[in-house]
Design a protein around this ligand. Structure first.
Ligand SMILES: [Zn+2]
Length: 140
């Protein structure tokens, strides 16, 4: 089970809260979450920060049912039922994985417009963890 320590978690807040990506100065690829080496050209580590808009399309999705949920989803799993987790292709290019919210699992479609919103994800050791979830954004 992956355990994110509290200090590690707080260090990652800028990305988790604000969807800040790294734009490679060599090839222009946008990396999110930021990595040590650009995944576009696999050589450069020279980046500038860019603010992602959080808008994108569902590239693919899956329904997570009983068992096998990663720890950040375990609380929701305990509440019962399956829930959709999508890989979203952001308008800026990166693909990110996130839980869907404000939508019935049966209504999730590949290609639907979604927007990242900051939501409570789960709590652990008394600390409430926030992160982004994707909500429908038709017309955006
Ligand atoms: Zn690059």
């Amino acid at each position: 089970m992956a355990h994110v320590s509290v200090p590690m978690y707080w260090r990652t807040i800028p990305q988790r809260y604000r969807l800040v990506g790294h734009k490679c100065k060599a090839c222009g690829a946008i990396n999110f979450p930021p990595k040590g080496v650009c995944k576009g050209c696999l050589t450069s580590s020279d980046f500038e920060e860019i603010q992602l808009q959080g808008l994108g399309r569902v590239h693919t999705f899956t329904l997570i049912g009983a068992g096998g949920a990663p720890p950040e989803f375990a609380e929701q799993e305990k509440a019962g039922g399956s829930y959709p987790v999508a890989i979203v292709e952001l308008d800026e290019g990166p693909k990110v994985i996130g839980q869907m919210a404000d939508v019935s699992p049966k209504d999730v479609r590949i290609g639907m417009r979604v927007r990242a919103e900051l939501r409570r994800i789960y709590s652990e050791e008394g600390v409430i963890r926030y992160g982004f979830k994707f909500v429908p954004a038709e017309g955006a």
